[in-house]
Structures are given as structure tokens and as C-alpha cells.
Ligand binder design. Structure first.
Ligand code: GRG
Length: 298
């Protein structure tokens, strides 16, 4: 994440490399992806995404167990696949209708609409296939599958997206806005933190803290995203800026104003750090991520 640095960008870079290496390994498994889908799936997965959610999973595993293990690498890749699917579908003409994402043509513009729908479908199912087949301990695989399905599904990201579309050009209050952003964005962050914790064999108390951390950071990230849509340029963002207002989207700047939005993002960053509890330097990267929200430029 391009930020006024607190050492965080370098830490993120190392995790991005690890996530990309795991994704490459999965992409090279010819048994998993048929010939006709390999090109579009590769195009989508290798775009220059920030990999924030997958990095959170790796950091949470590291914080709990002292290292990033193989389960966490697989979980992180699965999270990135589900996130990438959601972006492909969100960019479709029937949803947000965008031509650019991650500084490149969106999947339906690079290929065609049917290919983009199927590429999203492929990534969503592949994520669960990889968790089910590559995580060695069945009980851990089942918990990871459950967490990811709950966060991405009809009581999570899909519900948030539905509400987001339903409330376009309507008046919403702060409570409804929080509901939309929590479901559309924050639950995937929270799930990433918990999945990392599960891979590191966190206990219930630790998982509760990680869940809370993810929700706060995820909501803060979305508010920062709303602010960037108003204040950033398309070049910086790698996608079309100023689109939320044009589409009548419900955003924090639109509902509570820019100044209050910035204050709220700051408060959420503080609350995220507090949720980590007395973890000291073991939680350093997660703390710096929360602080970086306030300086996001993309
Ligand atoms: C289609 C079910 C379905 C859901 C779509 C992810 C999403 C829900 C919509 C995308 C539009 C949007 C603004 C979502 C909020 C979450 C968000 C800020 C997504 C972009 O995440 P980044 O900035 O993207 O982490 P990169 O490209 O860096 O991975």
C-alpha cells in the first residue's frame, strides 16, 4: 500500500512475494484449471493487487505461532482468489460497470463478459477446492472453509453487495452505511485475520481479538477507500476515481462528510490496535497496517 511510510511497505512487500509465489504454484497445477480458463484466471490473479487481506492472514498466523506455516500460505491464496472473484464480478456492466482495475483493463474488457463471469466463478470455487484438498488436517480445512464461506457468502460480502446496489441513489443513515460496508468489505478482512489465527492454532480468546481487529481495520480500509474515491486520481488508484458519487453510491464522505470520515477512520485504526491487546512487537505489522490506513494513496 503506497503510504507515508512507517516501515510497513517493506513488510507488506515481503508478504506480497510469498502470496504471489503460492498463487503461481496453484496456477501451474494443470489438474486444477482447464486449458480454456488458464489465460483469464492468470490475468485476474496476477494483476498488481495490494494483497492486504492475504497479508493479514499471514501476519496473524505469524503473530500467534511465531512463523508463517504452509496452511497459512494456502489460506492466504484462497482469500486472494475469493477477493479477486469479487472484484471481477463487481466490475461487470450489471454491477459497477468499470473498465479499469488494478491499473489494467477489467476482465470483461480484456476478454468478454461471459469469460469474466466464468473466471469469477472459477476463482470462487477454486479457493474452496484448494482449502479442501491442500490443507492436511481435515478439521482445520473444515474450519477455514466455514470461515471463508460465511464471510464471502449471503450473510457477508454478497449481502453487502446486494444492499450496496439496493441503496444506490437513496438516503441512508450511518447505521445502514455501516451495515453495507461491514458486510461488503470488513467481514473479508476479519475472516482473513481469523483464518490466519486458525492456521497458527490460536485459542478462542485470541481468535476473538483477531476477529475484532479485522472488522475494525476492514471498516477503516473501506472508509479510506471512500475518501480516496473523492480525493484520489484514477492514475493513483488504478481504477476510475469519482465514480461513487456519479453512481449515487452510499459512502462515508457522502453521508457524514469528509472531515468526519477521516476522524472515523482514525478512531477505527485506534480500536483495531486496541483489539490486538498486549501483544507487543509480535503484533507490529498488524499495528502498522492499521496506522497506514490513514495515509493510503491507493
Ligand atoms: C460481486 C459478490 C460481489 C461482491 C463485490 C469487493 C466488492 C464486493 C466490490 C468492489 C468494490 C468495492 C469498493 C469494494 C469494497 C472493497 C474494496 C475496497 C475493494 C478493493 O480492495 P483493494 O483495494 O483491491 O484491496 P486490490 O486491487 O488492491 O486487491
Amino acid at each position: 500500500m503506497a503510504v507515508a511510510d512507517n516501515g510497513f511497505s517493506k513488510e507488506l512487500e515481503r508478504k506480497v512475494k510469498l502470496v504471489n509465489k503460492t498463487l503461481e504454484r496453484i496456477l501451474s497445477r494443470r489438474d486444477l484449471i482447464s486449458k480454456e480458463l488458464r489465460g483469464p484466471v492468470r490475468y485476474a490473479l496476477t494483476g498488481p493487487g495490494k494483497r492486504i487481506r492475504s497479508a493479514i492472514a499471514l501476519w496473524c498466523c505469524e503473530m500467534i505461532s511465531g512463523e508463517v506455516n504452509r496452511d497459512a500460505e494456502i489460506a492466504a491464496a484462497a482469500i486472494e482468489m475469493v477477493h479477486t472473484y469479487s472484484l471481477i464480478h463487481d466490475d461487470l456492466p450489471a454491477m459497477d460497470d468499470d473498465d479499469y482495475r488494478r491499473g489494467r483493463l477489467t476482465c470483461h474488457k480484456k476478454f468478454d463478459e461471459a469469460t469474466a463471469i466464468l473466471t469469477g466463478d472459477a476463482l470462487l470455487t477454486l479457493a474452496f477446492e484448494v482449502l479442501a484438498k491442500e490443507i492436511e488436517t481435515p478439521a482445520i480445512a473444515a474450519r477455514l472453509v466455514g470461515e471463508l464461506a460465511e464471510a464471502a457468502g449471503p450473510a457477508g460480502m454478497v449481502a453487502g453487495q446486494m444492499a450496496d446496489l439496493d441503496f444506490e441513489n437513496k438516503n441512508v443513515d450511518e447505521k445502514m452505511l455501516r451495515y453495507i460496508h461491514t458486510n461488503k468489505t470488513a467481514k473479508m478482512f476479519s475472516c482473513a485475520a481469523v483464518m490466519g489465527g486458525i492456521c497458527g492454532e490460536a485459542n478462542e480468546k485470541q481468535l476473538k481479538r483477531l476477529r475484532e481487529y479485522g472488522l475494525k481495520v476492514g471498516l477503516g480500509f473501506q472508509i479510506a477507500d471512500d475518501i480516496l474515491d473523492v480525493c484520489g486520481t484514477s492514475e493513483e488508484l488504478g481504477k476510475t476515481s469519482g465514480k461513487d458519487a456519479r453512481q449515487g453510491k452510499q459512502t462515508y464522505p457522502a453521508v457524514v462528510g469528509l472531515e468526519k470520515s477521516r476522524k472515523l477512520a482514525g478512531k477505527l485504526a485506534d480500536e483495531a490496535v486496541a483489539a490486538l491487546g498486549p501483544s507487543g512487537e509480535k503484533a507490529g505489522a498488524l499495528r502498522r497496517l492499521a496506522e497506514s490506513l490513514l495515509n493510503r494513496t491507493r
